[in-house]
Design a protein around this ligand. Sequence first.
Ligand code: ADP
Length: 447
Amino acid sequence: MFNKVLIANRGEIALRVLRACKELGIATVAVHSTADESAMHVRLADESVCIGPPQSRDSYLNIHQIVAACEITGADAVHPGYGFLSENARFAEILEAHNITFIGPTSEHISMMGDKIEAKRTAARLGIPVVPGSEGGVTDDDEAKRIAADIGYPVIIKATAGGGGRGMKVAQSEDELVVALQTARSEAGAAFGNDAVYIEKFLSKPRHIEVQVVGDGAGAGIHLGERDCSLQRRHQKVWEEANSPALNDKQRKEIGEICANAIAKMGYRGAGTIEFLYEDGEFFFIEMNTRLQVEHPVTEAITGIDLVHEQLRVASGAGLSVRQSEIKFEGHAIECRINAEDPETFMPSPGTITHYHTPGGLGVRVDSGVYAGYRIPPYYDSLIGKLIVHGRNRVECMMRLRRALDEFVVDGIKSTLPLFQDLVQNLDIANGDYDIHWLEKYLAAKH
Ligand code: ADP
């Protein structure tokens, strides 16, 4: 196992990784920007290094500074968390060249999955069902029209280098297609420096269901069931559950096995998520994320498996701690992403938290990096904490969530807690009856 791990991230995930390292007796190094000097992960780490000014590109995305911090502190591995450099193949490559382990997949697997067209091709080759669409990138408008007519409208145009829901455009007809192609290309070029786009059938009312996998890099792969992340706003997940209220045990086992076999065949090392849209009993691959995800705790709640421990194990060569046959899914878990945002307009609300009280009790977990007196800097994403609740079944989980939300106090700034207090009372949510458009429609109807 590693002696010292540098955590190349901030906020709740930096703390999450730090906790796992401490449990395994691994020393920790926090890196931080000048805006994060008083952050919790910096306070709790064994060592800390300031890597630059507030802007992410100068600090959390600054590869040279992070490598230098490794050299200074003698860290033998880096955990990238999620976001920032977590899916940056060049970062993984540079670390390996410095004899520092990147806690994640090989740079080849990161690049392969980072290019969504190549990811889709790979998925199809490995027996994973994919969304019907163009074979590869589409540059020619006439070709685009042919493909769209073939798969049938509506279609969605997506950026090959896409992420975070940006650069996607839906076209209902051929007229809309040409305009949508143009906007998607220019948005993708501006956001990712790569204007390649591809076309897919637009699914009208799917659920977003994703499978958690972990591979040991030597041909073993397991799945830890699925998460339902259909409640989204602007393609950003807001509420996640495990298991999905829409699947039965047979479907769960089938799609899980397809994913576990695929990553075993790839020789994939590390944790990953295979994302699907699910409609009328069918799964359609959309992408694979080659990192730990924000919503991983719901999987931990129902399996009892610490995913960061598994990441550390497989990265160090110690192998997986469990076999597929030992993994059991117990009860139901829901995660709410609490953002420092206005609950109605979703405008960011940075500032100082004056009062802070987190809920507790059986089946309640809060992953957060904030505290009373903490000043939320305006430079980073607005996630301030995740409330994860576990119950023996979905009904118990919802009851527990309701009371946990009532206990949660965040004062001094605006937070999205009131949104969850509304959602937890909603009948469709109680019935698990929602698709990826449900939340947007609900929010639109409220105004
Ligand atoms: P990103 O990498 O930008 O997050 P994804 O491919 O994961 O992009 O898609 C993000 C979200 O966009 C999905 O969760 C879904 O809400 C929507 N989406 C993507 N592809 C389709 C599709 N073919 N049909 C309908 N909605 C889609």
